[in-house]
Design a protein around this ligand. Structure first.
Ligand SMILES: *Cc1c(COP(=O)(O)O)cnc(C)c1O
Length: 403
């Protein structure tokens, strides 16, 4: 036997510890396509239950959109399922180049490079562009994939307090001797739904000659007047140097991500970025459907407008019901409940009422700031939202969270 009993014992104990601390993440089996109304089997092997989904990143409701399914089928027929290769050997189809052009135009940049995920994009971008002569200055609440990407890079690492412009400026001053500096931030922070202060950050990047990197995964497709993202929202298009984003959220939600930016950055990444060079190309199916998603978004703002109305409506109704939320406009709406125990009880009871939401607590968010994160979608209708507010009120009263 290759695995020693000591090894097994170690991991079995770790799992037991997690279970004791109520930190085990349970997966629920969805028996339907992703959408507003889904059929869920939970706990496993129990009866399938119809619930309303409020925890997907399906912002524009494109995950199961008929036009995307049609485009995926067409791509499957015209270009096949897989390419069995990385891009630089024989993994580049005309459609990959089409998607790169479309996403870079949409985001107002020169060029784009595709990855299997945004996690990979973030894993492959820093190391390929910077080395020990340089410094990275990163918001402390940046996504895990940014943290990992930075770990792989030899540049000096600095963190600034979340959205703290004075701290960012101090670190820019402290690193003046380095060859290049790169400011790194999420466009939208996923736990609070708050938007990076790009007006101030672009001004600081200008003043201190720093490269500005924004991961817009929770924004691309729906934030900003025409859905281009946080740079459009803050009216600083053209002032962000590098954007990474995912196709796994608003743009159909299957897989894939990209880095977009000036052409010379992208050209270097094609030569040096390890997840691009050593991992398989995106499936034509994903490429075809993602192109369709971008076409839909650019032909009309109807979906992002509907999402915006839904988010505003839910934010107003849930506040009126007495719940405390984080201010903002984003479809991520954190409902602040304080303690982990309440959050878990609340999520369980809501599930009983047919509302699928998840709770977040320490260590994912600070102690005492446990919350239920509701995510709105353009797939929701008013009746879905009304139903959720009713259920929140009922369960909230029962648990003594609201009067
Ligand atoms: C979701 C997310 C990612 C990961 O995207 P994938 O394409 O699913 O790997 C990266 N960065 C941020 C900010 C995200 O929210």
């Amino acid at each position: 036997m290759a695995v020693h009993t000591k090894v097994e014992q170690h991991f079995v104990n770790e799992l037991a510890e997690l279970r004791k601390a109520d930190l085990i993440k349970e997966e629920r089996y969805i028996r339907s396509p992703q959408g507003a109304d889904i059929a869920v089997e939970y706990p496993p092997r129990s009866a399938v239950k119809q619930v309303i989904n409020f925890c997907a990143n399906n912002y524009l409701g494109l995950s199961s959109h008929p036009e995307l399914i049609k485009a995926a089928k067409l791509a499957l027929e015209e270009r096949g399922f897989g390419l069995s290769s990385v891009r630089f050997i024989c993994g580049t189809q005309d459609r990959h180049k089409d998607l790169e052009q479309k996403i870079s135009e949409f985001l107002g940049m020169e060029d784009a490079i595709l990855y299997s995920s945004c996690f990979d994009a973030n894993g492959g971008v820093f190391e390929a562009l910077l080395n020990e002569e340089d410094a990275l200055i990163s918001d402390e609440l940046n996504h895990a994939s940014i943290i990992d990407g930075i770990r792989l890079c030899k540049a000096e690492r600095h963190r600034y307090k979340h959205a703290d412009m004075a701290d960012l400026e101090q670190q820019l001053k402290d690193t003046q001797a380095k060859r290049f500096r790169m400011i790194v931030t999420d466009g939208v922070f996923s736990m609070d739904g708050d938007v990076a202060r790009l007006v101030e950050i672009t001004a600081l990047a200008d003043r201190y000659n720093a490269i500005l990197f924004v991961d817009d995964s929770h924004a691309t497709g729906f934030v900003g007047k025409t859905g281009r993202g946080t740079h459009e929202h803050h009216n600083v298009m053209g002032k962000v140097d590098i954007i990474t984003t995912t196709f796994g959220k608003a743009l159909g939600g299957s897989a894939g991500g990209c880095v977009v930016g000036r052409k010379f950055f992208i050209d270097i990444l094609r030569q040096r970025s390890r997840p691009y060079l050593f991992s398989n190309t995106l499936s034509p199916v994903v490429v075809g459907a993602t192109i369709k998603a971008l076409d839909l978004i650019q032909s009309s703002t109807e979906l992002r407008d509907k999402l915006d109305r839904n988010a505003r409506y839910f934010r107003r109704r849930i506040s009126e019901a007495g719940f405390q939320i984080k201010d903002g406009f984003h479809p991520i709406v954190p409902i602040m409940l304080g303690e982990a125990g309440i959050v878990q009880a609340m999520a369980r009871e809501l599930y009983g009422e047919g509302i699928y939401v998840v709770g977040f607590f320490f260590p994912v968010v600070p102690k005492g700031a446990a919350r239920i994160r509701v995510q709105l979608s353009a797939a929701h209708e008013m009746h879905h939202i009304d139903r959720a507010v009713e259920a929140f009120s009922k369960v909230g009263r029962k648990l003594g969270v609201v009067k």
